[in-house]
Design a protein around this ligand. Structure first.
Ligand code: AMP
Length: 416
């Protein structure tokens, strides 16, 4: 299958060739013709599958049609949960629209709004946005959403995890009822299906990988290790493997900072990326990591969401996520676009239960390995003794019964 056979116009074929894509990815093969037919689409696809081009290319083709388009305000709205993802989508939109005069911009919080307002006032065809800033600027009357023809909800599962459900409802109320809707999500919970029912009209469902499964190209390994020995083990793995580009996940911002400091103390260049870092610091860390100046990027789940890092060879879960779907998202950072990758999890005794939840979601067991010199000795009792308020199995700590509440609250805990 070629991009031309999918029905894309020459100005898009030129842009795709310039990007060096030789053939469309599976999601593109499925999504592009449907979108061109103006169907609503419900797509199950993770980052790394080429889904951005999958919705952007046909969107550009649709928007390029039509005579009076210059007079109209925002004609396509792409909602994404995080700033980084929004910024990356805009980069892609600009690349794919190089050979048209379609105008696009991005708005997200954490940076000065004035340049965003100026660009919007000049009029744009495609607006990429995170929910908070979008509502804020719309409330100031900077732009109208009355003429939106195509509405894209990207990473819908993460939107809900981050507590954006109410904002999304408000945004949808601002859109005209007659519009084309495209919803992308890596996982499909009951809540996502509910959101899809509300948003989409007679959607066609497409899927590129089995639901909630991990890409086959990813080799997954789990090491049992005592919590206090994790830092030593990760440094040994990175040093002995001479790994150059490693994305490491921690559960907390504090944990990310602590680990980054320890890496730097061992002369391993590292940077942390999480919600307490300024937008400038995050952009700088990501750029340094992509260029190879920074070997280790330590990230929390939210901050890492949607990062476009092609061909990432190693992802390490320094701590396992307590939401199993987050594991799927995390390891989706490796083995991208046909390249193989390795996802390693360091599992302390208190995380064994998280691992079981993950295995249940994946429908597969993971083999637990033990590194020589790092044989675990901790018992569950040791952990409970040390951290009575943090332990998930301690009923008084509110552990397991609270685990989803934290993530689905009204937006406090997980905004990046
Ligand atoms: P996405 O899933 O949209 O985040 O895309 C993941 C990566 O795949 C990005 O770096 C894209 O530039 C790249 N990509 C998208 N489509 C193709 C394609 N047809 N061939 C090769 N790479 C692609």
């Amino acid at each position: 299958m070629t991009f031309k056979e999918l029905g894309l116009a020459d100005f898009l074929l030129k842009a795709v060739a310039k990007k060096g894509y030789t053939e469309p990815s599976p999601i593109q093969v499925k999504a592009i013709p449907l979108i061109l037919e103006r169907k609503d689409v419900l797509a199950s696809a993770q980052t790394g599958t080429g889904k951005t081009a999958g919705f952007t290319l046909p969107m550009l083709q649709i928007l390029a049609r039509g005579e009076q388009r210059r007079k109209k305000p925002v004609r396509a709205l792409i909602m994404t949960p995080t700033r980084e993802l929004a910024a990356q989508i805009l980069v892609n939109v600009k690349e794919y629209s190089e050979f048209t005069d379609i105008r696009s911009t991005v708005v997200f919080g954490g940076v000065n709004a004035n340049p965003q307002i100026r660009t919007l006032r000049n009029g744009v065809d495609i607006l990429v946005a995170t929910p908070g800033r979008l509502l804020d600027l719309h409330g100031q009357g900077v732009f109208s959403l009355n003429s939106v023809e195509i509405f894209v909800l990207d990473e819908a599962d993460r939107m809900l995890d981050m507590g954006f459900a109410r904002d999304l409802n408000k945004i949808m109320d601002l859109l005209p009822t007659r519009r084309q809707n495209l919803l992308f999500s890596a996982t499909f919970s009951k809540e996502i299906r509910k959101l899809a029912n509300k948003t989409l009209h007679n959607p066609v469902s497409i899927e590129v990988a089995p639901e909630n499964s991990t890409a086959e190209m990813i080799v997954q390994k789990a090491f049992r290790v005592d919590k206090p020995k994790k830092t030593e083990l990760i440094i040994k793995m990175i040093s002995e493997g001479n790994w150059k580009q490693v994305l490491v996940f921690t559960r907390t911002k504090h944990g990310a900072n602590k680990l980054t400091k320890k890496m730097i103390a061992k002369n391993i260049s590292a940077a942390a990326i999480h919600g307490n870092k300024s937008q400038g610091a995050r952009t700088k860390a990501l750029a340094g990591f992509k260029k190879g100046d920074i070997r280790i990027l330590v990230a929390t789940d939210i901050a890492a969401r949607g990062l476009d890092i092609p061909l990432l060879p190693h992802v390490i879960n320094f701590e396992l996520p307590n939401i199993p779907a987050d594991y799927v998202h995390r390891i989706g950072r490796t083995g991208r676009a046909g390249a193989s990758g390795e996802a390693i999890s360091l599992v302390s005794i208190d995380e064994v239960e998280y691992l079981r939840d993950i295995e249940k979601l994946l429908g597969q067991k993971m083999k637990m390995e033990i590194m020589e010199g790092f044989e675990p000795t901790e018992t569950e009792a040791d952990i409970v003794k040390k951290k009575p308020n943090n332990h998930r199995r301690n009923p008084r700590s509110g552990g397991s019964s609270n685990k989803r509440k934290f993530h689905r609250g009204s937006g406090g805990g997980r905004r990046s």
